[in-house]
Design a protein around this ligand. Structure first.
Ligand code: AMP
Length: 114
């Protein structure tokens, strides 16, 4: 069993409601949704936080963002608007230390975020 919860989802040890995936990323519904659409897009590669990204990860991060945009379209929230969030470290509320892009939408989203 992997030490990392999201690595466990990537390798199939832990169940998740997967909405899309490809060779480099997987997207699944957040278990504690904060909006009608709340999906996490994660790299299959383990990277703990944005602070740990390397130059070689630039394409991967682009893939995560592009996947989120495509999923927003598939979820029917692309036109009304949605938010992509990468919480980084405890001060920003990161609780799972495997980077994950939150895709939030389906309701009005106020700004600034809390
Ligand atoms: P963060 O607080 O930015 O690290 O976000 C972690 C997110 O992972 C939270 O929104 C949790 O609700 C979500 N989460 C934790 N465990 C699971 C799980 N097993 N399946 C889906 N989402 C999860």
């Amino acid at each position: 069993m992997s030490d990392c919860l999201f690595c466990g989802i990537v390798n199939g040890e832990i169940d998740a409601n997967i909405v899309a995936d490809d060779d480099h990323w997987v997207a699944f519904r957040d278990i504690n949704p904060q909006a009608p659409t709340h999906i996490l897009v994660i790299p299959k590669k383990h990277v703990a936080t944005v602070n740990n990204l390397k130059a070689e990860d630039e394409v991967l991060v682009g893939e995560l963002v592009r996947a989120a945009g495509q999923i927003a379209n598939d979820e029917g929230i692309a036109e009304e608007g949605y938010r992509l969030v990468l919480n980084t470290n405890a001060g920003a509320g990161q609780s799972v230390f495997h980077i994950h892009l939150h895709l939030l939408g389906g309701r009005p989203l106020s700004w600034p975020a809390g």
